[in-house]
Ligand binder design. Structure first.
Ligand SMILES: [Mg+2]
Length: 219
C-alpha cells in the first residue's frame, strides 16, 4: 500500500522554538523590565510541560490557556510573585510569532515534493490556536489540507481517536498514512498502535526523509 498522506508533528519536528523557550520568556520579561536568567527559566518551564499529559483526553482552549498560565506563573515565581495577566499574555503571544521559531531544514522543499506527488499533508499537534498563526506567518498553511490541533478538537496524541479522526477527515486508511514526529511515544508508538506508519524525527532534512519514505512506500 502506497503512502497517500503524511502527518507531521509541529514543535520539535517542523517548527523549533528559537533560540529556546527560556530565551523567549526571558526576552519578554526583559521588555517588561524584569531581567531573569534564561537557562533557569528554560529548565523551570520544560520541567512543567508534562503537566499537559493529563489533559490529552479532555482538552479545551480554556484548559490550555489556564495550564500555560499556571506553568508561566510557577516558572517565574522565584523572581516575580505576582506577574499579572498582561505579562502572561505577552509571553503567550510571543509563541504565536514566527520570530520565536525556526523551520526544520528542507521543510518547504519536502512539502512541495508531497504536493507534486499528489500525497496529502496535515499537521497533528497537541498545541493550540497559535499554531494556525505560526504556520500562516511562515506561508506553510497552504501546503496542509488540515491542521489538527488538540486544544480545538478536545483530545490529542496519543489518543487513538485523534489519529483515526485525522485519517477519516483526510479520507485515507491508517495504513496509507505516515506520521513523522520527534516524540517516540506520542508520535510513533501511538500512531503504530492504530495502524499508521511512523518515523521518528531526529533533526534530519525533512525533504530527504519524506522522499525516502514516499519512494519506499510507492506501489
Ligand atoms: Mg514534538
Amino acid at each position: 500500500m502506497g503512502i497517500r498522506a503524511v502527518f507531521f508533528d509541529a514543535e520539535g519536528t517542523l517548527l523549533h522554538i528559537y533560540p529556546s523557550v527560556g530565551a523567549v520568556y526571558a526576552r519578554v520579561l526583559a521588555e517588561f523590565g524584569h531581567p531573569v536568567p534564561e537557562e533557569e527559566l528554560e529548565r523551570r518551564v520544560r520541567k512543567r510541560w508534562p503537566e499537559f499529559k493529563r489533559y490529552f483526553r479532555d482538552f479545551s482552549p480554556e484548559i490550555c490557556r489556564r495550564t500555560w498560565r499556571r506553568i508561566f506563573r510557577e516558572a517565574v515565581e522565584p523572581w516575580l510573585a505576582d506577574p499579572g495577566e498582561e505579562l502572561f499574555s505577552a509571553v503567550y503571544e510571543a509563541f504565536a510569532r514566527p520570530d520565536s521559531f525556526r523551520l526544520a531544514p528542507g521543510t518547504e522543499e519536502g512539502l512541495r515534493f508531497l504536493r507534486e506527488r499528489g500525497v496529502k499533508a496535515a499537521v497533528l499537534s497537541n498545541w493550540d490556536e497559535r499554531l494556525f498563526r505560526v504556520l500562516e506567518a511562515f506561508g506553510l498553511d497552504r501546503y496542509f489540507e488540515r491542521v489538527f490541533v488538540a486544544c480545538e478538537r478536545g483530545f490529542g496524541k496519543p489518543e487513538p481517536e485523534f489519529y483515526l479522526l485525522a485519517c477519516a477527515e483526510m479520507a485515507v486508511q491508517p495504513g496509507e498514512a505516515l506520521m513523522i514526529g520527534d516524540d517516540p511515544e506520542l508520535d510513533c508508538e501511538a500512531a503504530l498502535r492504530v495502524g499508521l506508519r511512523a518515523r521518528l524525527y531526529r533533526g534530519e532534512d525533512i525533504f530527504r526523509i519524506i522522499k525516502e519514505e514516499v519512494d519506499e512506500g510507492a506501489p
